[in-house]
Write a protein that binds this ligand. Structure first.
Ligand SMILES: Nc1ncnc2c1ncn2[C@@H]1O[C@H](COP(=O)(O)OP(=O)(O)OP(=O)(O)O)[C@@H](O)[C@H]1O
Length: 248
């Protein structure tokens, strides 16, 4: 296994306020890592730095040995980092199949995709992806008719269609039913067999379902790392974060 992400002494200041403060983080290829932390801990800012949306004030971030500071946001996407935001960004008037075909064919003509000229191999890939995300039975209905959970899965599928090495997934189960939440967990665990994945999440039940390795952020730094059991029994975590839930 080799190092996928290596982040050292990363600080991001907004008008003097440190959203990230001397943060160190390392992740190996093939890992599924869950990042938790109370509101304002810096989780979103952390993803913003990895995707090139926000520049570090100081410190370094390397992806597959490449210094991310040297790349623009769209170049970082091409290096193999795909991000899923909280709200699905899919084409509602197109079907799940068409959405996936478009994502996999970014460089090709939109018209050739829509006119059904996608190559046979690509069509097979799309069909298999539809199965993976559990939408094969709704492959050809407009995406507008999908439930919130199904839209989330479609967007995860659209990211996967672009063949990223690292998938960044921000709060994928917010607003989902219990059943949808569980299916989302199964999907991410299945994808983690062939991708490296970072998931940011608040829902502790869900974190327990999927997490092998958890990183806890607090006030812009890593508070602790370990298995869910380890972090949940860490007194510092109980104090700053999980304590709130225990009390509740
Ligand atoms: N563009 C910005 N300008 C000023 N402050 C910012 C900016 N972006 C984030 N912050 C601040 O930085 C801190 C970290 O924010 P961030 O959104 O990264 O936290 P988070 O852990 O994702 O929180 P949440 O769980 O609520 O989404 C917060 O105090 C936030 O108000």
């Amino acid at each position: 296994m080799s190092t996928l992400l290596d982040i050292q002494a990363l600080t991001v200041s907004f008008d003097g306020f440190k959203a990230l403060n001397d943060l160190n983080f390392r992740m190996e290829e093939g890992e599924l890592r869950v990042i938790i932390g109370p509101n304002g801990a810096g989780k979103t800012t952390f993803l913003d730095v990895i995707t090139g949306k926000v520049n570090p004030t100081t410190g370094t971030a390397y992806f597959k040995g490449k210094d991310l500071k040297k790349y623009k946001e769209h170049e970082i996407a091409r290096l193999g980092i795909g991000r899923k935001f909280q709200t699905p960004r899919i084409y509602l008037n197109l079907t799940p199949r068409e959405n996936l075909e478009l994502s996999g064919n970014r460089a090709k003509s939109v018209f050739s995709t829509l006119l059904g000229q996608a190559a046979t191999a690509e069509k097979r890939q799309v069909s298999s992806l539809l199965e993976t995300i559990g939408l094969d039975y709704k492959a050809d209905v407009p995406a507008a008719l999908l439930s919130h959970g199904e839209k989330q899965w479609l967007e995860i599928g659209m990211l996967v269609a672009q063949s990223p090495d690292l998938l960044l997934v921000d709060e994928p189960v917010a607003g989902l039913t219990d059943e949808e939440t569980e299916k989302t967990g199964e999907l991410l665990v299945a994808l983690a067999e062939s991708h490296s994945v970072i998931v940011i999440e608040h829902d502790m039940e869900f974190v327990r379902q999927i997490a092998r390795q958890v990183t806890v952020l607090h006030q812009g730094s890593v508070l602790c790392e370990g298995t869910m059991d380890q972090v949940q029994s860490d007194p510092r975590v109980i104090e700053v974060y999980l304590g709130q839930e225990v009390e509740a």
